[in-house]
Design a protein around this ligand. Structure first.
Ligand SMILES: *Cc1c(COP(=O)(O)O)cnc(C)c1O
Length: 370
């Protein structure tokens, strides 16, 4: 019987059980190696990256390649496409990804077709002749859900690859490759690393030859993870199941209380039992995750005041750390242009006690005029 993913997170990416050997792959800071072995230079490989890749690959059911950041992982996929190749992407994925694709489009490297929202129906026409469909689900920061299975079927019918940004769901809550995607992409910086102390990214590919291409691209482009980062990322991955379980439980409670709060206009939370896409969420995810986006009443500056008044929840960008953090996303110009509601606050629920978090939020929401 295959091991449960919670167990795989603990057991995978280990050195052999040799008497006297350490239980963990130690961090391996090395730029060069004695000639005559498999690895000769640090840009081409590192035993610490390999341990992390083995673990992530086992969880994603694919062949994982680690990169210096999530955006480096996405960039490597785009760089592997032929000049002029057509890429279909939603208009509002993680803004670093769409910014990069628009730049490739503007300078003629790739042809970008933007669709909104990314649905199987929209892809019937848009993906004709495409090389790659990029999807993100749940989306950052709107937490919209894309039907991976349906989108994969249309992409495959057009001969296009499907890459799914799986950062928000993590490999524990969603398995894009099992749903028909060709690649699952991660900002390891977020939940997998989990402690707001590293930047790293990864692609898990269904086809080992794609993983090989991405490894070569990593050597050529030089977007290699650091030895310490790979060590910390794997250490983070070990506890992802319990971190996620705690965060998700707290998020469900906070989402429920936020929805009933007079200062809150709307709550977006994939774990909401009354979510309009609840059937799809139940089919494709093993939990709603720990991200909540909520809109307050009042103005953008009122919502800013809520972020500023929190004393426990950290006012900061990024997400997926042990500490809860939040940010009004439209404070960033590209997010405002993308149509993110002006008062939308994206809350990443961490590991603090839920009652402490609620007291902090409830007090901060006093900033909203009644
Ligand atoms: C943060 C993020 C990225 C980019 O990853 P970095 O590690 O910051 O380069 C990509 N996709 C999503 C959904 C993200 O949240």
């Amino acid at each position: 019987m295959p091991l449960h993913p919670d167990t795989v997170a603990v057991t995978s990416g280990r050195p052999p059980r040799t008497p006297g050997a350490p239980l963990n792959a130690p961090p391996l800071p090395a730029s060069t190696y004695h000639a005559g072995g498999d690895v000769i230079y640090g840009r081409d490989g590192n035993a610490g990256w390999q341990a992390f890749e083995d673990a992530l690959g086992a969880l994603e059911d694919g062949h994982a390649v680690a990169f210096a950041s999530g955006i480096a992982a996405a960039a490597a996929i785009f760089d592997e496409l032929a000049p002029g190749a057509v890429v279909v992407a939603p208009r509002t994925p993680y803004y670093g990804v769409i910014t990069l694709l628009r730049e490739h489009h503007a300078n003629g490297r790739l042809e970008l077709r933007e669709v909104e929202p990314l649905t199987a129906a929209a892809l019937h026409d848009a993906a004709a002749g495409a090389a790659l469909v990029w999807a993100e689900t749940p989306t950052n920061p709107m937490l919209d859900i894309v039907d991976i299975q349906a989108v994969a079927a249309v992409a495959r019918g057009h001969g296009a690859l499907l890459a799914v940004d799986n950062t928000f769901a993590t490999p524990l809550l969603q398995s894009p490759l099992r749903l028909g995607a060709d690649m699952a992409v991660h900002s390891v910086t977020k939940y997998v690393g989990g402690h707001s102390d590293l930047l790293m990214g990864a692609v898990a590919a269904a086809d080992p030859s794609w993983a090989d291409r991405l490894r070569v691209r990593r050597s050529r482009g030089g977007a290699t993870p650091g030895a310490l980062e790979a060590f910390l990322a794997l250490r983070g991955l070990r506890s992802l199941p319990v971190r996620l379980e705690r965060s998700q439980t707290s998020a469900a409670e906070l989402a429920r209380r936020l929805a009933a709060h007079p200062a809150v206009a709307r709550v977006r939370f994939p774990g909401d039992p009354a979510h309009p896409d609840r059937d799809l969420i139940r089919r494709q995810m093993r939990g709603g995750g720990a991200m909540i986006s909520f809109e307050t009443h009042g103005s953008g500056s009122d919502a800013d005041a809520v972020c500023a008044r929190c004393e426990l929840i950290v006012h900061a960008t990024s997400l997926g750390g042990v500490e809860s953090s939040m940010e009004r996303r439209a404070m960033h110009a590209p997010e405002q242009e993308a149509g993110t509601p002006p008062t939308l606050i994206r809350l990443s629920v961490g590991l603090e006690h839920v009652e402490d978090l609620w007291r902090d939020l409830d007090r901060a929401l006093g900033a909203i005029p009644g």
